[in-house]
Design a protein around this ligand. Structure first.
Ligand code: I4D
Ligand code: MG
Ligand code: MG
Length: 247
């Protein structure tokens, strides 16, 4: 694991030097998008530069309530594409790692998504999120009702996007979708799913967009597209939306 991170950091330095940059890739705030740094007012703009995307605690509400799923999520992008993903599920003591083109692993063991193609025999993970706007809550429940009525084998939610994505990558659930989470929740986990043989797309079936705050990750296209038909989509403000103007 340390080797993977060291290689990536070396790569980041090499890319920076090639571009004639003198910035230090581990210290310049422009090379980071983190939940806490953004909360402190740092920008949340994904550029082509090597960028670390970090959620130090994914599953904060779980953590506060001692609900036993909490993760650390670290993604690394170049040209806006996730090259490395690391999710550490702390209480399970599972270290999930993926490198683009290099596969996905849990504690060093290769991961493979489920081979189930029938949505009716699937478990779907999702989250209720934290937005209590009645229109959003209606959409959440509309999607849930449609999916439960398909029917599916079950609907689950770990309370952390990173763990939900690790569950898709591990083949424990067939798919995970959510609207309203942030780029730091999904950057690392989305690569886990891709490298375990799955797919990642927008909830409307379009291309995945890391900054859109919408994700559908699945073991295969046939399960994903059946879910697209059931999901009532809404558009949260993007992670890279300009801050609202003050009067
Ligand atoms: O804020 P943290 O880092 O705990 O992350 C969020 C989760 O990852 C979401 O899936 C989940 O839906 C919640 O929004 C949760 O807040
Ligand atoms: Mg999070
Ligand atoms: Mg967090």
């Amino acid at each position: 694991m340390a080797d993977i991170l060291q290689n990536v950091m070396d790569h980041a330095v090499a890319v920076a030097r090639k571009a004639g940059e003198v910035r230090h890739p581990y210290k310049d705030p422009r090379w980071f998008i983190g939940e806490e740094s953004v909360a402190a007012g740092e920008p949340s703009i994904l550029t082509d530069d090597p960028t670390w995307i970090i959620d130090p605690i994914d599953g904060t509400t779980n953590f506060v309530h001692a609900f036993p799923f909490v993760a650390i999520s670290i993604g690394f992008t170049i040209n806006k594409r996730v090259e490395v993903g690391v999710v550490y599920s702390c209480l399970e003591d599972k270290m999930f790692t993926a490198r683009r083109g290099g596969g996905a692993f849990c504690n060093g063991e290769p991961l493979q998504v489920s081979d189930q193609t029938d949505v009716h025999r699937s478990i779907i993970a999702t989250e209720f999120g934290s937005n209590r706007d009645p229109e959003v809550v209606d959409k959440i429940f509309s999607s849930l009702r449609n999916i439960l009525s398909l029917p599916v084998h079950g609907v689950r939610g770990a309370g952390t996007a990173a763990v939900n994505l690790s569950l898709v990558a591990s083949g424990c659930v067939e798919a995970y979708y959510e609207m309203g989470m942030h780029v730091w929740d999904i950057a690392a986990g989305s690569l886990l799913v891709l490298e375990a043989g799955g797919i990642v797309m927008d909830v409307d079936g379009g291309d995945a967009d890391l900054m859109s705050r919408r994700i559908l990750a699945a073991n295969n296209r046939s399960v994903a597209l059946r879910l697209v038909e059931q999901i009532a989509p809404y558009r949260p403000d993007r992670d890279d939306a300009p801050p609202a103007a003050c009067d």
